[in-house]
Design a protein around this ligand. Structure first.
Ligand SMILES: Nc1ncnc2c1ncn2[C@@H]1O[C@H](COP(=O)(O)OP(=O)(O)O)[C@@H](O)[C@H]1O
Ligand SMILES: [Mg+2]
Length: 322
């Protein structure tokens, strides 16, 4: 079998809190190939960001990995206390976050901030750093990059700041870009510009990308494949057009029905009844969607969830898929 760029396999993770353990991830699995954008979608609290932080090795000390593995370019990132991870982070795997303005240093010129990254990780000589930084700004289609090099974050729009973040993330030519809600808070036009840019960069450099979003419409537009998460479980994994046309998990189907593009009128927008279960419960059911599910049957409570393969590239974690 061909080894993907990133393979997360049956990753389980708890947070220790004063009120007990939060079972944030259980048996989370997905993979990303070179040159593809994988979308992870799900409501707030479903475990999308925690999955990204686990890959990046950015978990807090209260997090305990209960099992599973994260393989990247052949290396096990969780082995040796994450030593392999530290070597990869920033250089081979980069991450961009929501609200770029807060992620940038407000009192340092944006060009300098890109130089910092280049000098820290890249084989770039000090005398070449400025030229490279301007190239990085130009690559993300920032007009007049030479002048923008000297700008401070507050002098740039939100969309420009996110482009600077992307320039920083791409400066060292990573093999994998993780973007966690990269366009939340941006207006729709800027959102499209930023997403088009990520798509172009993936096509141009053949890096892999992980797009984390609560917006299935956005994922549908830009991702090659989509993984649906619900309450710390990966419940469905399929090529985008397969998921949108033949969603098999009842939760995926509800998410699609709740996406504006799927409903002709706002009044048809279905909301998904119920909320996520409290992940601190010690008696969490096998299926964490059961209380919200119309297809629920006895088997759902009787046995752990199967990972069913509907087609070679279409997986669903459900006893009664549609
Ligand atoms: N540091 C933490 N301590 C305890 N629980 C956490 C912590 N970080 C995240 N969680 C919990 O893990 C679950 C997944 O969170 P997260 O990955 O941030 O969701 P999202 O899909 O919105 O990105 C949530 O129930 C959240 O409350
Ligand atoms: Mg999040």
């Amino acid at each position: 079998m061909r080894e993907p760029l990133l393979r997360v396999e049956r990753l389980s993770l708890d947070f220790r809190t004063r009120d007990g353990r939060v079972k944030a991830l259980q048996d989370v699995s997905f993979h990303i190939d070179k040159g593809e954008i994988l979308g992870i979608v799900g409501e707030s609290g479903s475990g999308k960001s925690v999955s990204a932080f686990a890959i990046m090795g950015l978990l807090e000390s209260t997090a305990a990995i209960g099992g599973g593995s994260v393989h990247f370019a052949g290396a096990d990132l969780l082995a040796n206390n994450g030593a392999a991870m530290k070597a990869m982070r920033g250089r081979e795997i980069s991450m961009i976050f929501q609200s770029p303005r807060t992620a940038l240093n407000p009192i340092r010129k944006v060009g300098r901030q890109i130089e910092d990254v280049l000098l820290r990780h890249g084989p770039v000589a000090k005398r070449d750093a400025k030229k490279k930084a301007i190239e990085a700004l130009a690559r993300v289609r920032i007009p007049d990059a030479e002048r923008r090099y000297d700008a401070y974050p507050f002098e740039l729009s939100g969309g420009m700041c996110q482009r600077v973040m992307i320039a920083m993330a791409l400066a060292c030519e990573p093999m994998l870009l993780i973007a966690d809600e990269p366009t939340t808070g941006l207006d729709v036009t800027t959102q499209a510009v930023v997403m088009d840019l990520i798509r172009e960069m993936v096509d141009e450099t053949r890096m892999g990308a992980l797009l984390i979003t609560h917006d299935l419409g956005l994922a549908g537009e830009y991702c090659d494949r989509i993984v649906v998460m619900h309450a710390g479980h990966t419940v469905e994994d399929a090529p985008t057009e397969v998921l949108l046309a033949k969603a098999a998990h009842p939760y995926s189907a509800k998410l699609i029905a709740a996406t504006p593009a799927a409903a002709d009128e706002i009044s048809q927008l279905a909301s998904i009844p119920g909320g996520l279960p409290d992940l601190r419960r010690s008696d969490l059911p096998f299926c964490r969607f059961r209380d919200r599910c119309e297809r629920r049957a006895e088997v759902c409570d009787a046995e752990p969830l199967p990972f069913a393969e509907l087609a070679g590239d279409h997986l669903v974690r459900c006893w009664r898929p549609a």
